[in-house]
Design a protein around this ligand. Structure first.
Ligand code: BG6
Length: 512
């Protein structure tokens, strides 16, 4: 069904996120008929451009978007309809001029231009936070987090933060617990928690939601989903790209703040959480926050022992010379920012006591893939001849988020033949992209629809974000004064990451 009619206002409307992710996702929603006829997309930025120029920029951006290209040709009338929804309002926060008035005038004007709003009042699917006319209003802050509080205050001062509006905050929310609290307080002074949507696009990925279905719509996993049967869990998000043009942002963040504090810990929560009583906003988030609160604290020496961090050097990747992190555009000399993190976390509760959760993420790695590996324990006693080393730890559930979306259960089976009984690995595979004859949407499509429909289930609640910072802060603190280990591009990260597992006789699963 289509989302509720909405005015979606994107602050940072000409920025990287809007151009690379939000507009392509919205176009794909359009293509699938999921935008209400009168939904408008209003980009706000410092650029002094009008609607026509913005539409031109947007058209170029979506034409280049890999997710749009993957989804096949966009019929011309669909593209036209989409571009017609776009508006641009120039607004410099430091020197707004009449920017806020122009934004208000645009939002106050009826969407169809002829005074009629076919979606208005009582439209089916109108969210409970819609205004009196039945339209929702969403402010998407695709801006640096230190501006969030200020934009919210400005929205309020300009009479634009009324009861029907919601705000979407991009991650990372702050750079530590203290700054996250400050931002949450400032945003919370204007938008209630119910109207605040903290986005983590990993939660919008299809396979991530499938992980919830796998765990909680099926019976067979639950009895083995604990420390008695599971040896350890690995969560990897590997990227081939470097930091590209984002050095300014990245150098103040590093992989821990950019990926681990949010995406990787959210995945860990979904693996480790108890079954919620329902698939409802608070029920799911209540269970996730309990996992974050159960993470055994890591600090000082312990943090150093249980983590490895690295920074990519210059070298050859896939047959091409690439710069090191400190040679990227915008870099100015030495930096101790990490572009790779591996760590061992412990969820200290009954279900997971003694099961290490290994998390790893890095840029400029050999291959781009994100996956979760749940490694089951070995059989207590091998009975088949030749079951020795080759058959060590045969049972693994591998949940691949990208590039392909698959869930694979690795097991051993008998090799066909009348000769000696021999065992061979044989995966049971659920291919989510090929197995169902529908296109699987990009994470932002799903999440933007949820925002328009006022459903926060897949968004992070304030206490989740703060619990994640509470755990991450002392680790970052322990790293102060240490330098990340250099690693070659196109490989599997620094030595330290391998040592982290090797000392317990384990190894990273390098995908296949
Ligand atoms: C973003 C990070 O949140 O996630 C980026 O800021 C990273 O640094 C990106 O590249 C990875 O997302 P995906 O969906 O490509 O795995």
């Amino acid at each position: 069904r289509s989302a509720a009619p909405t005015d979606l206002v994107v602050f940072g409307g000409t920025g990287d996120l809007a151009m690379r992710k939000l507009l392509p996702a919205l176009l794909l929603c359009e293509k699938d008929g999921r935008l209400a006829p009168t939904t408008r997309i209003v980009a706000v930025s410092r650029d002094g451009i009008g609607d026509a120029d913005y539409r031109g920029k947007a058209e170029a951006a979506v034409a280049d978007s890999p997710s749009v290209l993957r989804a096949g040709a966009v019929p011309v009338p669909v593209l036209r309809r989409f571009l017609d929804r776009l508006h641009h309002v120039p607004l410099d926060l430091d020197d707004p001029g009449d920017g806020w008035d122009r934004l208000r005038a645009l939002l106050d004007a009826p969407p169809s231009g002829d005074g009629a709003d076919p979606d208005a009042a009582g439209a089916p699917g109108a969210p409970d936070t819609a205004d009196a006319g039945g339209r929702g209003r969403v402010y998407y802050l695709a801006m640096p987090p230190m501006l969030f509080g200020r934009i919210c205050a400005d929205l309020q001062a300009n009479g634009l933060a009324g009861g029907g509006s919601r705000v979407v905050l991009e991650k990372p929310l702050g750079r530590d617990l203290e700054s996250a609290r400050g931002i949450n307080d400032a945003v919370g002074a204007v938008f209630s928690e119910r109207r605040t949507f903290r986005i983590d696009h990993y939660l919008g990925k299809e396979t991530v939601q499938n992980l919830l279905a796998l765990r909680f719509a099926n019976m067979f996993l639950e009895p083995v989903w604990n420390s008695r049967w599971i040896d350890h869990v690995q969560i990897t998000a590997a990227e081939t790209v470097g930091v590209g043009t984002r050095h300014g942002y990245y150098d103040r963040s590093g992989a821990m703040r950019d990926m681990v504090q949010n995406h990787l810990l959210q995945l860990l929560c979904l693996i480790a959480m108890e079954p919620p009583a329902s698939f409802e906003r608070e029920a799911v988030r209540d269970e996730k926050v309990k996992v974050l609160q159960s993470l055994a604290p890591l600090s000082g020496e312990g943090a150093l022992r249980h983590t490895a961090r690295g920074q990519y050097s210059a070298g050859s990747q896939g047959g091409r010379e690439v710069p090191g992190y400190t040679g990227e555009p915008g870099a100015d000399g030495a930096s101790s920012t990490e572009t790779f993190v591996a760590l061992e976390a412990a969820v200290a509760n009954w279900r997971w006591a003694g099961v290490p959760f290994y998390l790893r993420t890095g840029k400029r790695m050999a291959r781009r893939y994100s996956e979760i590996v749940v490694q089951f324990r070995d059989v207590p006693h091998p009975i088949f001849p030749g079951q020795g080393a080759a058959a060590t730890s045969p049972n693994r559930l591998v949940i691949r988020l990208q590039p392909e979306e698959t869930i694979r259960l690795h097991m051993l089976a008998k090799e066909p033949g009348a000769g000696e009984l021999r065992l061979r690995p044989a995966p049971l595979e659920l291919s989510l992209s090929d197995g169902f004859a529908v296109r699987s949407p990009d994470a932002y499509e799903r999440l933007l629809m949820d925002v328009m429909n006022g459903d926060p289930t897949l968004f992070m609640r304030r206490d989740e974000v703060e619990a994640a910072w509470r755990w991450v802060d002392p680790i970052i603190g322990a790293w102060q004064g240490t330098d990340p280990e250099p690693y070659a591009p196109g490989g599997t990260g620094p030595r330290g990451a391998h040592d982290l597992l090797a000392r317990t006789g384990r190894a990273w699963h390098e995908g296949e």
